[in-house]
Design a protein around this ligand. Structure first.
Ligand code: WT7
Length: 657
C-alpha cells in the first residue's frame, strides 16, 4: 500500500489515440457521467436502444419495486446469440473473421461470423432435438476452443441457461455445480491440451455424475479434441460432431425477456459453498457491448485478445459475448503463456497482429521474471507494434508490473486499462477510459459512466477522499448480479447487507480515493476471500475440504502476500494423531495438498502447510485469524496475545516445513 499512496507518475493518453476514441477526452467522459446523473433511466434506456437488437422493444427501463431484485428492460424481447451473430451478418460482416483460434501446439483455425452462426445453429438445433428448452440449465466443462464458445452461444440461442465450470475444477466441484444448478445436460471434451500435456475432461464428468444426485442429466455431449481413449455411456453420451452432422444451419432464436437468465457462474464467497451468480440477458449484454466500446475503444479493424478462460466471467464477457456482439475479430488461445516458452504471448501478438491485449497481473509478473532469466523471450525481441491498447484484470496491478507492461509490451504508446470488476458485476466497473483518463500506475482510476461507485464506512456513510473504506455501488446497473441461484436470501445478505442500509451494493473490497484526483485504489478483499493468481478462492471452502480429510482434526486457512501470485494460500492444520515433524510432516503436507487438489481443484492447493498441536484461539474458542495472517507473512507477532488460551503453539506454527 505504501508506495501506491505516494505514486505520482501520471501518464496521459497519447494524442492520436484521443482523436479517434469512443470517449475522446475527459470532457466527453464527464458529459456521459452527467447524463447518467441527470436522468439515470433515460441514459440507460438510450444506450439499450442504440446498442441492442430488440425483437420487441422494452417499455420500461428499470423496475425498482422489489429491491434489491432489480429488473432492467424486462418486457423487451431479445436474444444474445442473435445480437452476436445474425446482427453482424446483416451488417455485411458474414465473411469477416470472428475468431482466430490458436491451439496449444500452434495450429491456427479461423471462423468467420457466418461459420460461427452456422455452427451455433447446428448445435442449438441438436440441443433442441434432445429436448433441451428455454429455462433448462446446461453445464459446460470444456477447455478453450471455438467449440466451447459455440456451446455457450447455442445455449443462449435456445434460451437454455449455461453454467460453465472451469476445466481445472475437480469431479466433486463439478458435481456440486451440476446438482445445485439442476443441469439437464453436460457439454464437454474428451481431453484438453495445455502446455503439451493432455488432461482429462470427460472422465472427470463421468466421475462427477457417478457421485450421485445427477439423475436430471440426460445427455453428455463430447467434443473430440485429442482423440484420447475415453469411455462413452450408451444412451447418455454422444459425440458433438455426430449430433450436429445432420442439423440445419438455421435456427430461429428463442426470444427471451431481457431478464431471462443467460448464465449462472459459480464463484467463491465467505462460506464453504460457492455461489451461483445469476446474470440476465439484456442488461448483461448491454454492458458487455458498452465496455467493449468505452474501455477497449473497440473499432471494426481491431484484433482483440483476451487471454482469460471461458470458465471465468472475463471469458464470458470479453471472449464469448462482448467481442462478438461488437463484431470485431478476436484471438482465442488454448494453451498456457509459458509453452513452448515464456515468449508465447509476444509471439502470438506479433503473428496475429493483435491490437488490444487484455491479461492478468499474475501473467505479467511471471513473464517479467521469465524475461529476466532468459533475454531471448523478452518482449523487445518481438514486433509488438500492432498493439494500441493494453488491459489488466483480476487483481491489483503493482506499479512495477504496470511500468514494465507499459514500457516493454506497450512501447510507451499504449494506454493501460486497469479494469476493476467482479463475477457479480458482469463487466468493468472502475477503469481508465483509454482516450480520456490520465493514468496513475496501480490505480484503476474512475468509475465508468453510469456506475455510481463510492466508498463508505461501516455504517454506510460516505467517507471523505483520502480515508479508506468499503467499496459500494449506490445505484443498480444493468449488468449486475440478479440473484444467487437457489439462494435469494444469501444474495440479499451478501450484497445488500442491512448494516449498510440495505440499498448499497457491497463489492467485498476495501478501497481508498486519492485526495486530489478522486482516483480509486483497491486495497483488497474485506471478507474471507483470497485472490490467488487472479483466481478467487474462499478460505472456508479450503478449510472444510481439509477437515474432511480423515487425518485432520482442525484447519484454518489464510492468505499471505506473494510476489508472483498476489496472494498465496497458507493452511494451519491440527492432525488427529498429533503434530508431525521432519519428513513425516513433509509427507503429510504433500498428501493434504493433493487432497485439496482432488477435492476442489489444483488452483486451491495451499502453498504453505503448517502443523500445530492446536490453533491460536481466544478463551471463547474463536480462531484468531488476524494472528495467523501475521504468522503466515513471517512477521513478528506484536499484537496482544493475552487473550490467547495457548500462546505456546505460536512458536510451532511459525515453523515452515
Ligand atoms: C475480485 C473479483 C474481474 C473479473 C475477474 C475476477 C479483484 C478484480 C481488480 C483490479 C484490483 C481487482 C477484487 C474483486 N479484482 N479486478 N483491476 N484491481 N482488484 O473476478 O473472480 O469475481 O474476482 O477480484 O478483489 O472483488 P472475480
Amino acid at each position: 500500500m505504501e508506495p501506491l499512496m505516494h505514486e505520482n507518475r501520471v501518464f496521459h493518453p497519447p494524442e492520436d489515440f484521443v482523436k479517434g476514441a469512443a470517449i475522446p477526452g475527459m470532457e466527453a467522459y464527464n458529459k456521459l457521467c452527467a447524463e447518467a446523473e441527470k436522468d439515470y433511466e433515460g441514459f440507460w434506456g438510450r444506450l439499450a436502444k442504440e446498442n441492442i437488437y430488440w425483437k420487441k422493444p422494452f417499455t420500461k427501463v428499470l423496475d425498482e419495486s422489489k429491491p434489491p431484485f432489480y429488473k432492467w428492460f424486462e418486457d423487451g424481447l431479445t436474444n444474445a446469440s442473435y445480437n452476436c451473430l445474425d446482427v453482424n451478418i446483416q451488417k455485411g460482416n458474414g465473411a469477416k473473421k470472428a475468431i482466430i483460434f490458436e491451439a496449444d501446439d500452434g495450429t491456427v483455425t479461423e471462423a468467420t461470423y457466418q461459420d460461427l452462426l452456422d455452427r451455433v445453429c447446428k448445435m442449438a438445433n441438436a440441443l433442441r432435438k434432445m429436448g433441451i428448452k428455454s429455462g433448462d440449465r446446461v453445464i459446460i466443462y470444456m477447455s478453450m476452443s471455438i467449440e466451447g464458445i459455440v456451446a455457450m452461444q447455442a445455449c443462449a440461442r435456445i434460451g437454455a441457461t449455461h453454467s460453465v465450470v472451469f476445466g481445472g475444477f475437480s469431479a466433486k466441484s463439478l458435481q456440486e455445480r451440476i446438482v445445485d444448478v439442476g443441469a439437464v445436460a453436460v457439454i464437454t471434451a474428451d481431453e484438453q491440451l495445455r502446455g503439451g500435456k493432455a488432461l482429462p475432461l470427460k472422465v472427470i464428468v463421468d466421475e462427477a455424475l457417478a457421485l450421485g444426485e445427477c439423475e436430471k442429466v440426460k445427455n453428455v455431449i463430447v467434443y473430440k479434441r485429442t482423440g484420447g481413449n475415453i469411455p462413452m455411456t450408451a444412451g447418455r453420451d454422444s459425440w458433438m460432431h455426430d449430433v450436429v452432422a445432420n442439423e440445419s444451419t438455421s435456427c430461429e432464436p428463442e426470444w427471451v425477456s431481457a431478464e431471462h437468465p443467460l448464465f449462472v457462474l459459480y464463484t467463491s464467497g465467505s462460506t464453504g459453498k460457492p455461489k451461483g451468480v445469476q446474470h440476465s440477458t439484456g442488461g448483461y449484454l448491454l454492458w458487455a457491448i458498452l465496455t467493449m466500446k468505452w474501455t477497449f475503444d473497440i473499432k471494426p479493424s481491431d484484433i482483440f485478445w483476451c487471454t482469460a478462460d471461458i470458465g471465468w466471467v472475463t471469458g464470458h464477457s470479453y471472449i464469448t459475448y462482448g467481442p462478438l456482439a461488437v463484431g470485431c475479430t478476436e484471438i482465442v488461445f488454448e494453451g498456457v503463456p509459458t509453452y513452448p516458452n515464456a515468449g508465447r504471448f509476444w509471439d502470438m501478438i506479433a503473428k496475429h497482429q493483435a491490437t488490444i491485449f487484455y491479461t492478468a497481473p499474475t501473467a505479467i509478473r511471471s513473464l517479467i521474471k521469465a524475461a529476466s532469466g532468459d533475454e531471448s523471450i523478452h518482449p523487445k525481441n518481438y514486433d509488438l507494434s500492432s498493439l494500441r491498447l493494453l488491459g489488466s484484470v483480476g487483481e491489483p496491478i503493482n506499479p512495477e508490473a504496470w511500468m514494465w507492461y507499459y514500457e516493454h509490451v506497450g512501447g510507451s504508446r499504449c494506454p493501460i486499462a486497469d479494469t476493476f470488476w467482479q463475477t457479480e458485476t458482469g463487466g468493468h466497473m472502475i477503469s481508465p477510459m483509454p482516450g480520456a483518463t490520465p493514468m496513475i500506475p496501480g490505480s484503476c482510476t474512475l468509475p465508468l459512466p453510469g456506475i455510481m461507485a463510492a466508498i463508505v464506512d461501516e455504517a454506510g456513510h460516505d467517507v471523505p477522499n483520502g480515508s479508506g473504506g468499503i467499496l459500494v455501488v449506490k445505484r443498480p446497473w444493468p449488468s449486475m448480479i440478479r440473484t444467487i441461484w437457489n439462494d435469494a436470501d444469501r444474495f440479499v445478505k451478501s450484497y445488500f447487507p442491512e448494516e449498510l442500509g440495505g440499498t448499497l451494493y457491497l463489492a467485498g473490497d476495501g478501497a481508498i480515493r486519492n485526495k486530489d484526483t478522486g482516483y480509486f485504489t483497491i486495497t483488497g478483499r474485506i471478507d474471507d476471500v483470497l485472490n490467488v493468481s487472479g483466481h478467487r478462492m474462499g478460505t472456508m471452502e479450503i478449510e472444510s475440504c481439509l477437515v474432511a480429510n480423515p487425518l485432520v482434526a482442525e484447519a484454518a486457512v489464510v492468505g499471505r502476500p506473494d510476489d508472483m501470485t498476489g496472494e498465496a494460500i497458507c493452511a494451519f492444520v491440527v492432525l488427529k494423531g498429533g503434530r508431525p515433524t521432519g519428513d513425516e510432516a513433509k509427507k503429510i503436507a504433500t498428501e493434504l495438498r493433493n487432497w485439496v487438489g482432488k477435492e476442489i481443484g489444483p488452483i486451491a492447493k495451499p502453498k504453505d502447510v503448517r502443523f500445530g498441536d492446536n490453533l491460536p484461539k481466544t478463551r471463547s474458542g474463536k480462531i484468531m485469524r488476524r494472528l495467523l495472517r501475521v504468522i503466515a507473512k513471517g512477521e513478528e507477532v506484536t499484537q496482544d496475545t493475552s487473550t490467547l488460551e495457548n500462546p505456546a503453539i505460536l512458536d510451532q506454527l511459525k515453523q515452515s516445513l
